[in-house]
Design a binder for this molecule. Structure first.
Ligand SMILES: Nc1ncnc2c1ncn2[C@@H]1O[C@H](COP(=O)(O)OP(=O)(O)O)[C@@H](O)[C@H]1O
Ligand SMILES: [Mg+2]
Length: 243
């Protein structure tokens, strides 16, 4: 894939390993401005490794371009201030802190750097999207339901005002109905212009909101497609099984 001007994120031959274990073989993919792209794949496929690699949380070989600039060797902090934010697997919210405190932490890098009203606007956006967080501002995060904690994790990520939101298995441990609710909020955010790269094992739900999908297996991108071209559950199963 060559630079086409509209790719917000472009990855070329990116690989990563843990010691001797190659978790991600040289892989290439891109996410265009305004897209929702989903990375599907079974447990151990390398999905979280890909997310960590994009965020700069592990050492990588290969190239990552964001907004046309190479960020492959930049520290995580700089990738974040450039507009990349990760909602990690397991959510990573701070249980003993309140909803409000968790959200404030999400905006940490912006205090003193942007006018206060912009941060207030982010709070309004988060509370508009997730009214349940607005009702529970003073609640300790650890005492909320799994779905509410995932909303908080997404909300905290939004507080950094990202232009690319990375989500690592937001559905983990959630009932289908709650997952659907979270995915619909992601679709709403995308309608407002946010570009999203989502990792999921629960393919059918994620495919409802994504425009394109990649399939990762044993650390390799084995398929790339437009979700409109996926014929049905059997076609998807075949992709997973490598048929
Ligand atoms: N911290 C780690 N140390 C060593 N190996 C790891 C570590 N994290 C993941 N792996 C290995 O890397 C591979 C990819 O893992 P991961 O990216 O977590 O997959 P996925 O998110 O698709 O389930 C797996 O073989 C896994 O066992
Ligand atoms: Mg994972």
């Amino acid at each position: 894939m060559t630079a086409d001007g509209k790719a917000l994120l472009r990855i070329e031959g990116l690989s990563a390993s843990y010691g001797q274990n190659d978790a991600l073989e040289p892989s290439s993919l891109h996410v265009d401005l305004g897209e929702i792209v989903v990375v599907l794949g079974p447990n151990g496929a390398g999905k979280s490794t890909l997310m960590r690699a994009i965020m700069g949380l592990i050492a990588t070989r290969g190239r990552i371009y964001f907004k046309g600039e190479e960020i492959s060797q930049r520290p995580t902090r700089q990738r974040a201030s450039a507009g990349v934010t990760l909602v990690p697997e397991g959510r990573g919210i701070l249980g003993p802190l309140t909803v409000m405190e968790n959200l404030e932490l999400g905006a940490y890098g912006r205090y003193g750097r942007v006018p206060k009203h912009e941060i207030r606007r982010s709070f309004d956006k988060v509370f508009g999207l997730f009214p349940r967080l607005a009702e529970r501002k003073a609640q300790k995060a650890g005492l909320m339901s799994g779905g509410e904690q995932q909303m908080l994790a997404v909300g905290r990520a939004l507080m950094s005002d990202p232009s690319l939101l990375l989500l690592d298995e937001p559905s983990l441990g959630l009932a289908p109905r709650v997952t659907q609710e979270i995915l619909q909020s992601l679709a709403a955010l995308n309608k407002e212009g946010l570009t999203i790269l989502l990792v999921e094992q629960k393919a059918p739900l994620a495919l409802e909101i994504a425009g394109r999908a990649y399939v990762l297996r044993s650390g390799r991108v084995v398929a790339a497609m437009h979700t409109a071209d996926i014929a049905g559950p059997e076609a998807l199963a075949a992709l997973y099984l490598g048929a």
